[in-house]
Design a protein around this ligand. Structure first.
Ligand code: G16
Length: 545
């Protein structure tokens, strides 16, 4: 098969965001668009000749076609092997695991994560490096540079491969190895967790539900929870992946997974419930009558991880993204281990994990993970919670109350204003940045709150010294409450303004409050300061997590 080189005109705006390139599906489907980005990735990594890649995605609309394009281009440009999930499916954490297990040079993961799928919804592609983690900023910047000048791509003129049969097939001189997407991942989970203890818990009458939201974790959760751990059939809801996620929004939060939340809040709801997102890296944790914020979940997991076999070792440290609440820092302090504060984006944890500085990482955006892979991992979080519950033999609510009584409670919520006018959002951020120096000492809101400090978060990576500026505006108030404002890097329409609110209540304070009520003065102060409502034309957030 002779490689063919075709001319290309570069596309504007192929700049990877928080997690790869995410655009409307129809944008990705334009002639040459995907090819231009894939060629730019290949150019940025200095070619693919002789290399091995993992390729897979969350099964959304255009996943199947895009994989065929990537395989043809990799084969035409001399890649040795591509390891592909059966039918093109791989969850993001499973892809990260495969890259590591098989010592691949990298991976191409097709997903727009929690964004909806379909021809009129969203698509995405991200590149992961040989440690299994998302490409760091230096690599994504090199890709973006390539997208500006890419003028041709090389491919094969070949028929689509059948990706449904396990085994090896040749594509030109490249081997395509089609693997079961679940097997290696499930084996890793079995190493980390006490499956016998979890099975016994379930056999003893503990009830649970897992909402796969019609996305990629369906097969993983069914195999592990129902197959290996003996949970009754039907424990996994919406377990068959579909190209448009059942026309839903595969984002595991109280808004988009409302039926699950309603179930667990009802009198006859299960003891435990969880959900994951489009590509299986996010998680939401619930217990009978209680929602666990992702920030609290990270803190609880850090405090209890030693109860699971894979973490019966000293934790090296805990890392969280800057907008995530400081609850995990309190646990790290008590354990006498390091805590790290990174910018939003899992890619910033990679160096800390590789250098053995952090063992557990987490983000307010429903992501938790550890050094077992280099991505956040939804089912991993669910299994760690189940392992902890199996050992402690108390309810989720009791674990949470006990945690707050030990460390105090960080009331926390994120308010999202989605698809707002991008120019208005950018102007608001620019105005705030210009005023930063004047803010300390200012009183805002009603009742008035005094701003103690204000800055734009800058991060210097403690491993390689790289610096990332402008990672979110931070407002620290005199009463130690905190607000962070930033624009999302994963949206595909207009701008999404994220306002992160938190207020600490010590262990002897009121730990039983309602979250939004506990944060309403802070939310009002941010609104008064930024003019958010007038500027965005919204009187309330679209999503509160
Ligand atoms: C991605 C990143 C996360 C980040 C999240 C939200 O998650 O991997 O690190 O926290 O986006 O980012 P933003 O606030 O910029 O929208 P995912 O699950 O979408 O890949």
């Amino acid at each position: 098969m002779t490689p063919i080189t075709r001319a290309l005109t570069p596309f504007d705006g192929q700049k990877p965001g928080t997690s790869g390139l995410r655009k409307k599906t129809r944008v990705f489907m334009q002639k040459g668009y995907l090819e231009a980005f894939v060629q730019s990735i290949f150019n940025a990594i200095e070619g693919v000749a002789g290399k091995t890649f993992v390729v897979g995605g969350d099964g959304r609309f255009f996943n199947a076609e895009a994989i065929q394009t990537i395989l043809r281009m990799a084969a035409a440009q001399g890649a040795a092997r591509c390891i592909v999930g059966q039918n093109g499916l791989l969850s993001t954490p499973a892809a990260s695991n495969l890259i590591r297990q098989r010592k691949a040079n990298g991976g191409l993961i097709l997903s727009a994560s929690h964004n909806p799928g379909g021809i009129d919804a969203d698509f995405g592609l991200k590149y992961n490096i040989s440690n299994g983690g998302p490409a760091p900023e230096g690599v994504t910047a090199a890709m973006f540079e390539q997208t500006k000048t890419v003028s041709e791509y090389t491919t094969l003129d070949s028929a689509d491969l059948d990706l449904s049969a396990l085994g090896e097939v040749a594509l030109g001189d490249m081997t395509v190895e089609i693997v079961d997407p679940v097997t290696d991942y499930a084996a890793l989970m079995k190493e980390l967790f006490d499956f016998k203890a979890i099975s016994d818990l379930i056999a003893g009458g503990f009830t649970l539900r897992f909402d796969a939201m019609h996305a990629v974790t369906g097969p993983y959760a069914t195999a592990i929870l129902e197959g290996m751990l003996g949970a009754p059939k039907g424990t996994v809801m919406n377990g068959t992946p579909s190209v448009d996620f059942g026309k839903g929004h595969p984002d595991p939060n109280p808004i988009w997974a409302k039926p699950l939340v309603d179930l667990v809040m009802s009198d006859d709801g299960p003891d435990f419930a969880a959900a994951s997102d489009g590509d299986g890296d996010r998680n939401m944790i619930l217990g009978k009558g209680v929602y666990v914020t992702p920030s609290d979940s990270l803190a609880v997991l850090a405090a209890n991880a030693h109860l699971a076999p894979g973490y019966k070792r000293d934790l090296a440290g805990v890392a969280r993204s800057m907008p995530t609440s400081r609850a995990a820092d309190r646990v790290a302090e008590k354990l006498g281990i390091a805590s790290f504060e990174t910018p939003t984006g899992w890619k910033f944890f990679g160096n800390l994990l590789d250098a053995g500085k952090a063992t557990l990482c987490g983000e307010e955006s429903a992501g938790t993970g550890s050094d077992h892979v280099r991505e956040k991992d939804g089912l991993w979080a669910v299994l760690l919670w189940l392992n902890i519950l199996a050992e402690r033999k108390v309810s989720v609510k009791d674990i949470l109350n006990d945690h707050w009584q030990t460390y105090g409670r960080d009331y926390y919520s994120r308010h999202d204003y989605e698809a707002v006018d991008a120019a208005a959002a950018e102007a608001m951020m620019a105005d705030m940045n210009a005023r930063l120096g004047d803010l300390p000492g200012t009183e805002v809101g009603d009742p008035p709150k005094t701003i103690a400090a204000a800055d734009q978060f800058s991060y210097t990576d403690p491993v390689d010294g790289s610096v990332s500026n402008n990672q979110g505006l931070r407002l620290l108030f005199a009463d130690d409450s905190r607000a962070v404002i930033r624009l999302s890097g994963t949206g595909t329409e207009g701008a999404t303004v994220r306002v992160y609110l938190e207020r600490y209540e010590p262990a002897n304070g009121d730990l039983e409050g309602e979250t939004q009520a506990a944060l309403s003065d802070l939310a009002k102060a941010v609104n008064a300061l930024t003019g958010l409502s007038e500027r965005t034309g919204r009187d309330a957030p679209d999503v509160m997590t």
